[in-house]
Design a protein around this ligand. Structure first.
Ligand code: UDP
Length: 243
């Protein structure tokens, strides 16, 4: 499996089509597979947190969610074929799951959002089974895990924001009765329509970050991670190559 080591995180070099096929395989395989979807902010955070890096690297598939990761790989002269955003991967996977009548459990976001997302997904992909929903502001894990396990979904979408979602999946991986779990950030907000995804133009030109900055200027401080990530890859990226 071809990967590129970016600041210690082993990112798979799949195209979107390859990533979707792999995810379909995971859905047919017993036991839990994990997909993480780091962008440059997440990899920068991981580069200062070994435990989190280990959690990311334990995944069965790590996809380059942001354009910064694609450029990072280019700087390291180990290019990734294309950006594979978690949201796009899920959008490509759900219709295939609907054809097979597979089920999805939606975990995360503010109360009510996962239910609205479920409603919209059912309309968009008839055949898709919604195994259950739960908001992302719970205090104890055990009742939520019990609910998921009783629903026994094929696919578990965990949308708690980073690093919570990755840690949650990683720490509970032995207990979860699902075939595939993904850490999918703000996906439920987009499915529910509470947050708009950037128009195609921005995504195609690698400036989705600009759209998000215009829409949510409060993200400015978080977005400083992008240039910091670029500089760290440029000046320290080689140091990580043997890790
Ligand atoms: N969230 C959650 N529980 C928490 C913190 C956040 O369910 O304790 C949700 C939040 O409501 C939002 C998503 O996690 O729906 C994070 O969205 P964001 O766009 O910040 O994702 P990121 O960019 O971190 O992947």
């Amino acid at each position: 499996m071809e990967t590129v080591n970016i600041l210690g995180v082993h990112v798979n070099k799949y195209t979107m089509n390859e990533a979707v096929s792999k995810a379909e395989e995971f859905l047919e395989t017993d036991g839990l597979s994990m997909i993480f979807t780091p962008n440059s902010e997440i990899i920068l955070y991981a580069s200062n947190n070994q435990e989190f890096t280990d959690a990311l690297n334990s995944a069965d598939m790590v996809i380059p969610d942001g354009i910064g990761v694609v450029y990072g790989a280019k700087i390291l002269r180990n290019p990734i074929k294309e950006r594979v955003a978690g949201y796009d991967l899920v959008c490509n996977l759900l219709p295939k799951m609907a054809e097979k009548k597979q089920s999805v459990f939606l975990l995360g976001a503010k109360p009510g959002v996962a239910e609205t997302a479920a409603q919209k997904l059912k309309e968009k992909y008839p055949g898709l089974v919604i195994a259950g929903t739960h908001d992302g502001y719970f205090k104890e894990d055990e009742p939520v895990i019990k609910e998921i396990n009783e629903a026994s979904p094929d696919f578990l979408m965990v949308c708690l924001g980073f690093p919570k979602q990755e840690n949650w999946i990683y720490n509970n991986r032995e207990k979860l009765n699902a075939r595939l779990a993904i850490g999918a950030g703000g996906c439920l907000d987009v499915f529910a329509g509470t947050v708009q995804r950037a128009p195609d133009f921005y995504c195609r030109h690698g400036i989705e970050w600009l759209y998000r900055l215009i829409k949510q200027p409060s993200r400015f401080v978080r977005m400083l991670a992008l240039p910091k990530f670029g500089l760290k890859v440029l000046f320290e990226g080689r140091k990580y190559q043997n890790k």
